[in-house]
Design a binder for this molecule. Sequence first.
Ligand SMILES: O=C1O[C@H](COP(=O)(O)O)[C@@H](O)[C@H](O)[C@H]1O
Length: 249
Amino acid sequence: MSRNDVVIQDNGDVLAAATAARLITRLVDAQTAHGVASVVLTGGGIGIKVLEQVRVSPARDAVDWSRVEVYWGDERFLPDGDPERNETQARRALLDHVDVDPERVHPMAPSDGKFGDDADEAAAHYAEVLATIAEGASDIAVPSFDVLLLGIGEEGHTASLFPDTPYVRESQRTVVGVHDCPKPPPTRISLTLPAIRAASEVWLVISGEGKAEAVSSALAGADPVDIPAAGAHGREHTRWLLDRAASPP
Ligand SMILES: O=C1O[C@H](COP(=O)(O)O)[C@@H](O)[C@H](O)[C@H]1O
Protein backbone atom coordinates (compact mmCIF):
# COMPACT_ATOMS: atom_id res chain seq x y z
CA MET A 1 0.00 0.00 0.00
CA SER A 2 1.47 3.34 -1.04
CA ARG A 3 1.64 6.09 1.60
CA ASN A 4 0.74 9.71 1.00
CA ASP A 5 2.08 12.42 3.33
CA VAL A 6 1.79 16.19 3.40
CA VAL A 7 4.50 18.08 5.29
CA ILE A 8 4.28 21.85 5.67
CA GLN A 9 7.22 24.14 6.48
CA ASP A 10 7.06 27.81 7.41
CA ASN A 11 8.68 29.21 4.29
CA GLY A 12 10.65 28.32 1.17
CA ASP A 13 14.05 28.56 2.85
CA VAL A 14 13.08 26.10 5.57
CA LEU A 15 11.41 23.87 2.98
CA ALA A 16 14.58 23.77 0.85
CA ALA A 17 16.83 23.02 3.83
CA ALA A 18 14.49 20.36 5.25
CA THR A 19 14.08 18.70 1.85
CA ALA A 20 17.86 18.70 1.34
CA ALA A 21 18.31 16.95 4.70
CA ARG A 22 15.62 14.42 3.78
CA LEU A 23 17.24 13.82 0.37
CA ILE A 24 20.68 13.20 1.87
CA THR A 25 19.15 10.67 4.27
CA ARG A 26 17.20 8.97 1.49
CA LEU A 27 20.35 8.56 -0.63
CA VAL A 28 22.39 7.24 2.31
CA ASP A 29 19.62 4.76 3.18
CA ALA A 30 19.34 3.59 -0.43
CA GLN A 31 23.11 3.07 -0.63
CA THR A 32 23.05 1.14 2.62
CA ALA A 33 20.23 -1.05 1.31
CA HIS A 34 21.47 -1.73 -2.21
CA GLY A 35 24.78 -0.04 -2.91
CA VAL A 36 23.85 2.44 -5.62
CA ALA A 37 21.19 5.12 -5.08
CA SER A 38 19.18 6.77 -7.84
CA VAL A 39 17.61 10.20 -7.92
CA VAL A 40 15.53 12.00 -10.54
CA LEU A 41 16.03 15.77 -10.42
CA THR A 42 13.57 18.53 -11.17
CA GLY A 43 14.09 22.05 -12.39
CA GLY A 44 12.28 25.11 -11.08
CA GLY A 45 13.02 27.59 -8.34
CA ILE A 46 12.52 25.43 -5.27
CA GLY A 47 13.97 22.30 -6.92
CA ILE A 48 17.28 24.06 -7.57
CA LYS A 49 17.24 25.65 -4.12
CA VAL A 50 17.05 22.17 -2.60
CA LEU A 51 20.20 21.17 -4.52
CA GLU A 52 21.98 24.31 -3.29
CA GLN A 53 21.04 23.34 0.26
CA VAL A 54 22.45 19.85 -0.27
CA ARG A 55 25.68 21.48 -1.48
CA VAL A 56 26.11 23.64 1.63
CA SER A 57 25.14 20.91 4.10
CA PRO A 58 28.06 19.29 5.96
CA ALA A 59 25.98 16.09 5.84
CA ARG A 60 26.34 15.92 2.05
CA ASP A 61 29.58 13.99 2.60
CA ALA A 62 27.54 11.18 4.16
CA VAL A 63 26.53 10.31 0.56
CA ASP A 64 28.96 8.43 -1.67
CA TRP A 65 28.27 10.57 -4.73
CA SER A 66 30.22 8.23 -6.99
CA ARG A 67 27.46 5.68 -6.35
CA VAL A 68 24.49 7.90 -7.23
CA GLU A 69 22.69 7.53 -10.55
CA VAL A 70 21.34 10.95 -11.57
CA TYR A 71 18.43 11.42 -13.97
CA TRP A 72 16.10 14.28 -14.88
CA GLY A 73 12.31 14.27 -14.85
CA ASP A 74 12.15 16.90 -17.55
CA GLU A 75 14.33 19.23 -19.54
CA ARG A 76 13.95 22.48 -21.39
CA PHE A 77 15.07 21.66 -24.96
CA LEU A 78 17.78 24.31 -25.36
CA PRO A 79 21.45 24.32 -26.38
CA ASP A 80 24.01 22.62 -24.15
CA GLY A 81 25.02 24.88 -21.27
CA ASP A 82 22.07 27.23 -21.68
CA PRO A 83 21.42 28.78 -18.24
CA GLU A 84 17.72 27.90 -18.54
CA ARG A 85 18.41 24.18 -18.91
CA ASN A 86 17.54 22.19 -15.81
CA GLU A 87 20.80 20.28 -16.27
CA THR A 88 22.90 23.47 -16.29
CA GLN A 89 21.20 24.72 -13.14
CA ALA A 90 21.58 21.38 -11.33
CA ARG A 91 25.26 21.17 -12.22
CA ARG A 92 25.91 24.68 -10.93
CA ALA A 93 23.86 24.14 -7.78
CA LEU A 94 25.28 20.75 -6.81
CA LEU A 95 26.67 18.29 -9.35
CA ASP A 96 29.80 20.34 -10.15
CA HIS A 97 30.63 20.37 -6.43
CA VAL A 98 30.40 16.68 -5.53
CA ASP A 99 32.26 13.62 -6.74
CA VAL A 100 29.62 12.20 -9.10
CA ASP A 101 30.68 9.57 -11.63
CA PRO A 102 30.06 11.20 -15.06
CA GLU A 103 28.96 7.77 -16.35
CA ARG A 104 26.16 7.78 -13.80
CA VAL A 105 24.86 11.26 -14.71
CA HIS A 106 22.16 10.98 -17.37
CA PRO A 107 21.09 14.37 -18.76
CA MET A 108 18.45 14.66 -21.45
CA ALA A 109 19.91 15.78 -24.79
CA PRO A 110 20.28 19.47 -25.62
CA SER A 111 18.87 21.02 -28.80
CA ASP A 112 22.35 21.27 -30.34
CA GLY A 113 23.35 17.69 -29.56
CA LYS A 114 23.38 14.55 -31.68
CA PHE A 115 19.62 14.69 -32.28
CA GLY A 116 19.76 18.30 -33.46
CA ASP A 117 16.48 20.08 -32.87
CA ASP A 118 14.44 16.86 -32.94
CA ALA A 119 13.02 16.66 -29.41
CA ASP A 120 11.08 13.49 -30.23
CA GLU A 121 14.28 11.67 -31.24
CA ALA A 122 16.02 12.95 -28.13
CA ALA A 123 13.12 11.72 -25.99
CA ALA A 124 13.16 8.29 -27.65
CA HIS A 125 16.87 8.06 -26.94
CA TYR A 126 16.34 8.91 -23.27
CA ALA A 127 13.69 6.19 -23.09
CA GLU A 128 16.30 3.74 -24.45
CA VAL A 129 18.83 4.87 -21.84
CA LEU A 130 16.29 4.25 -19.09
CA ALA A 131 15.26 0.89 -20.54
CA THR A 132 18.88 -0.25 -20.72
CA ILE A 133 19.50 0.60 -17.07
CA ALA A 134 16.14 -0.78 -15.85
CA GLU A 135 16.50 -3.89 -13.73
CA GLY A 136 13.09 -5.29 -14.61
CA ALA A 137 11.84 -4.39 -11.13
CA SER A 138 8.57 -3.13 -12.55
CA ASP A 139 6.45 -3.68 -15.65
CA ILE A 140 7.71 -0.50 -17.21
CA ALA A 141 11.13 -0.09 -18.84
CA VAL A 142 12.62 2.45 -16.46
CA PRO A 143 14.80 1.99 -13.37
CA SER A 144 12.95 1.83 -10.06
CA PHE A 145 14.22 5.25 -9.00
CA ASP A 146 14.77 5.59 -5.24
CA VAL A 147 13.50 9.14 -5.21
CA LEU A 148 11.99 11.32 -7.90
CA LEU A 149 11.71 15.07 -7.26
CA LEU A 150 9.03 17.17 -8.89
CA GLY A 151 7.91 20.78 -8.85
CA ILE A 152 4.59 22.05 -10.06
CA GLY A 153 3.38 25.06 -12.00
CA GLU A 154 0.52 27.36 -11.08
CA GLU A 155 -1.73 25.58 -13.59
CA GLY A 156 -0.79 22.19 -12.12
CA HIS A 157 1.85 21.02 -14.60
CA THR A 158 4.52 18.70 -13.28
CA ALA A 159 7.79 17.71 -14.97
CA SER A 160 6.86 19.12 -18.44
CA LEU A 161 3.39 17.54 -18.52
CA PHE A 162 0.91 20.37 -18.98
CA PRO A 163 -2.87 20.15 -18.50
CA ASP A 164 -5.08 18.80 -21.26
CA THR A 165 -2.26 17.73 -23.61
CA PRO A 166 -1.52 14.41 -25.34
CA TYR A 167 1.58 14.17 -23.16
CA VAL A 168 -0.25 13.96 -19.86
CA ARG A 169 -2.51 11.30 -21.38
CA GLU A 170 0.44 9.20 -22.60
CA SER A 171 0.11 5.62 -21.39
CA GLN A 172 2.74 3.71 -23.44
CA ARG A 173 5.89 5.75 -23.81
CA THR A 174 8.13 6.55 -20.84
CA VAL A 175 9.64 9.75 -22.26
CA VAL A 176 8.10 12.22 -24.68
CA GLY A 177 9.14 15.27 -26.67
CA VAL A 178 6.77 18.02 -25.56
CA HIS A 179 5.73 20.73 -27.99
CA ASP A 180 3.87 24.06 -27.78
CA CYS A 181 4.27 24.36 -24.01
CA PRO A 182 2.41 27.30 -22.50
CA LYS A 183 5.48 28.08 -20.35
CA PRO A 184 8.73 28.91 -22.16
CA PRO A 185 10.66 27.36 -23.69
CA PRO A 186 7.95 25.81 -25.88
CA THR A 187 9.85 22.58 -26.57
CA ARG A 188 10.79 20.22 -23.79
CA ILE A 189 11.44 16.57 -22.95
CA SER A 190 9.59 14.90 -20.12
CA LEU A 191 9.06 11.63 -18.31
CA THR A 192 5.43 10.55 -18.59
CA LEU A 193 3.15 9.75 -15.67
CA PRO A 194 3.68 5.96 -16.04
CA ALA A 195 7.46 6.48 -15.81
CA ILE A 196 7.10 8.80 -12.81
CA ARG A 197 4.93 6.19 -11.08
CA ALA A 198 7.75 3.62 -11.34
CA ALA A 199 9.70 5.54 -8.67
CA SER A 200 9.77 4.12 -5.19
CA GLU A 201 9.23 7.58 -3.72
CA VAL A 202 7.87 10.70 -5.43
CA TRP A 203 8.42 14.02 -3.67
CA LEU A 204 6.49 17.08 -4.87
CA VAL A 205 8.39 20.09 -3.53
CA ILE A 206 6.28 23.22 -3.77
CA SER A 207 6.73 26.81 -2.62
CA GLY A 208 4.68 29.99 -3.02
CA GLU A 209 1.07 31.07 -2.88
CA GLY A 210 0.67 30.91 -6.65
CA LYS A 211 0.76 27.12 -6.36
CA ALA A 212 -1.81 26.77 -3.54
CA GLU A 213 -4.85 26.29 -5.74
CA ALA A 214 -3.20 23.60 -7.87
CA VAL A 215 -1.96 21.82 -4.73
CA SER A 216 -5.43 21.96 -3.23
CA SER A 217 -7.01 20.49 -6.38
CA ALA A 218 -4.39 17.75 -6.65
CA LEU A 219 -4.80 16.71 -3.02
CA ALA A 220 -8.58 16.72 -3.46
CA GLY A 221 -8.17 14.10 -6.21
CA ALA A 222 -8.36 16.15 -9.42
CA ASP A 223 -8.20 14.38 -12.78
CA PRO A 224 -4.51 14.33 -13.85
CA VAL A 225 -5.56 15.53 -17.30
CA ASP A 226 -6.63 18.79 -15.63
CA ILE A 227 -3.96 18.89 -12.90
CA PRO A 228 -1.04 16.68 -14.00
CA ALA A 229 0.55 16.76 -10.54
CA ALA A 230 -2.47 14.85 -9.26
CA GLY A 231 -1.25 11.85 -11.25
CA ALA A 232 2.25 11.75 -9.75
CA HIS A 233 2.52 8.93 -7.21
CA GLY A 234 5.38 6.84 -5.87
CA ARG A 235 5.10 3.04 -5.67
CA GLU A 236 5.79 3.15 -1.94
CA HIS A 237 5.51 6.77 -0.89
CA THR A 238 4.27 10.10 -2.22
CA ARG A 239 5.37 13.12 -0.22
CA TRP A 240 3.91 16.58 -0.69
CA LEU A 241 6.60 18.87 0.75
CA LEU A 242 5.11 22.35 0.94
CA ASP A 243 5.72 25.74 2.40
CA ARG A 244 2.84 27.43 4.19
CA ALA A 245 2.09 29.74 1.25
CA ALA A 246 1.61 26.77 -1.11
CA SER A 247 -0.59 24.86 1.33
CA PRO A 248 -4.30 24.44 0.85
CA PRO A 249 -6.28 26.98 2.91
O1 LIG B 1 9.76 24.73 -16.14
C1 LIG B 1 9.71 24.06 -15.14
O2 LIG B 1 8.89 24.45 -14.12
C2 LIG B 1 8.46 23.60 -13.07
C3 LIG B 1 8.10 24.47 -11.86
O3 LIG B 1 9.04 25.52 -11.72
P1 LIG B 1 8.88 26.68 -10.63
O4 LIG B 1 10.05 27.59 -10.85
O5 LIG B 1 7.56 27.35 -10.85
O6 LIG B 1 8.92 25.99 -9.28
C4 LIG B 1 9.53 22.55 -12.78
O7 LIG B 1 8.99 21.59 -11.92
C5 LIG B 1 10.03 21.90 -14.06
O8 LIG B 1 11.02 20.92 -13.79
C6 LIG B 1 10.63 22.94 -14.93
O9 LIG B 1 11.11 22.42 -16.16
